[in-house]
Every structure is written in C-alpha cells, then in structure tokens.
Design a protein around this ligand. Structure first.
Ligand code: ADP
Ligand code: ADP
Length: 224
C-alpha cells in the first residue's frame, strides 16, 4: 500500500486559476519522494490539499490508506507538515510550542516526547527560550520537530531549504535522512533539481498543474 495515493487531483481557485489539472501518483512507503517543479507549478497547492488547508475541486487523495474526505481525522493524524513560511507565537518557548501542538493532536502526556524531539533537532539548550529569540535556522528546525509531535508515518516538507544558507541546508538534509532511516516516509517539494537528486529516491516533476515525470531518481538523472 502507498504512503500517499493521489488520483486525478484538480484545483481551480476562486478567480479561475487552474493550479492542478488532474494529477495522479503514488508515494511508496519508506521513501524520500521529491515533488519538483518551478514556482507556480502547483506544489504548494497539492501539499495544502493534503494538509486540509485548501479544498480540492475534484479527485481523491489518501494518506496511509485514509481518504482525506471520508476519513479526514485519521488522514490528518498520519501526516506531519513542515510549512514553507515560519509561523510561531513569539511568546511561547520551543518546549511550550511542542506541548501545545501535542495538545492539539490529543497526544496523551505519557506519550509526549517534546525534549527528545528538541534534542533530535539540536534545540534542547533552547527549550525554554522565547521563540522570538531563535535564529531563522533554529525556527526551521523547530518547525520540523513540531511536525513530528504526533509521530506521523509521513512527513511533508514544503520547500524546506528555500532561502536557507548552505550550512543549514546540510543540517536539514541530515535530519530528513535520519527520520527516513527511522522509518518515516518523506515528501518534499523543491524547485532545486540538485536538492531532489541529492536526497530523493524518487522524483515527480510537476509543471503548470500537470505531472510530467515520475521516476526513480537514478533513472531520471540518467535521462538528463
Ligand atoms: P478556496 O481554497 O476555498 O477555493 P481560495 O484560495 O481560492 O479559496 O481563495 C483565497 C483568495 O486569496 C483567492 O481568491 C485569491 O484572490 C487570493 N490569493 C491567495 N494566494 C494567492 C496566490 N498565490 N495567487 C493569487 N491569488 C491568491
Ligand atoms: P508552487 O508551490 O509550485 O509555487 P502554487 O501551488 O503555490 O505553486 O501555485 C500554483 C498556481 O496557483 C500559481 O499560479 C498561483 O499563483 C496560484 N495560486 C496559489 N494559491 C492561490 C490562491 N489562494 N488563489 C488563487 N490562485 C492561487
């Protein structure tokens, strides 16, 4: 069974923009899967449909076998999203941020592992600092930890390294690989071919709302 199954997914925004024109693909379990395409291709729209932030116009999507319409609650519980833009309440600490998120997802106190997650992204020494005092890189790492609070089997990162310096990019890649080695299926969107090549087992290319390729990375790179 696929980690994510998307069939004929389409989105036309109010105003008429066709951001997705009938996209179908499977993300195999256990892989790092790259959704590659230029700005405006429809990548964020697709991610936002999976996270429930945008309503699709037609088609179906399943996350870990759960239909995002019929079984929205389980679908949502099976995915963690690292959004492109950084949004935190500046007056919460990283530890509070993770505890609040755990509360939102109904993770029982006994099953919470906020400090462990902070250690994993090297933020344990900042557990009690205000979010507003963190650097941009620290905030991005906190976003990754926040997405993993409910231990979802699938982690989706929307343009994780856009506008990020080389050092932080390497750090984020290392976390992604580590999570994947631990069994998490990873989907990331990017407009850097180099990033997809470096990290991903498989790459789907989307352009103007349509899927134009979906291949194992080795095969795709061989074709270029
Ligand atoms: P729904 O997802 O429920 O169909 P929309 O996303 O279509 O709602 O409505 C939000 C509105 O915000 C759009 O009609 C559009 O005018 C505006 N908007 C937000 N982001 C963008 C964008 N990237 N490009 C163009 N318009 C945008
Ligand atoms: P990408 O993430 O690949 O850059 P997006 O999914 O953000 O692409 O955008 C796909 C297309 O849909 C673009 O033309 C964008 O301007 C448009 N778009 C995105 N969000 C909205 C919105 N809320 N309302 C109207 N148009 C939008």
């Amino acid at each position: 069974e696929a980690a994510i199954r998307i069939i004929d997914l389409a989105k036309t925004y109010a105003g008429g923009k066709q951001a997705l024109k009938g996209v179908s693909f499977d993300v195999p379990r256990g892989q790092i899967f790259g959704l590659l395409g230029p700005n405006g291709a429809g990548k964020s729209t697709l991610i936002n449909i999976l996270s429930g932030m945008v309503n699709k116009t037609s088609g179906t999507a399943e996350i870990w076998g759960f239909d995002i319409d019929r079984d929205a609650r389980n679908a949502k519980g099976s995915i963690g999203i690292v959004p492109q833009e950084i949004v935190f309440d500046p007056f919460f600490t990283p530890l509070e941020t993770l505890e609040n998120q755990a509360g939102l997802y109904g993770v029982p106190k006994s099953q919470r592992r906020s400090m462990e997650l902070l250690r994993a992204v090297h933020l344990d020494d900042k557990a009690n600092a205000y979010a507003r005092s963190l650097s941009g890189g620290m905030k991005r790492r906190l976003l990754v930890a926040k997405a993993m609070v409910h231990s979802p089997p699938v982690l989706v990162l929307d343009e994780p390294t856009a506008g990020v310096d080389v050092e932080l990019r390497q750090q984020l890649w290392a976390y992604v690989r580590e999570l994947n080695r631990g069994g998490v299926t990873v989907v990331l969107t990017t407009h850097y071919l180099e990033e997809a090549e470096e990290l991903c087992d498989r790459i789907a290319i989307i352009n103007h709302g349509q899927l134009i390729a979906n291949e194992p990375t080795r095969k795709l790179v061989g074709m270029a």
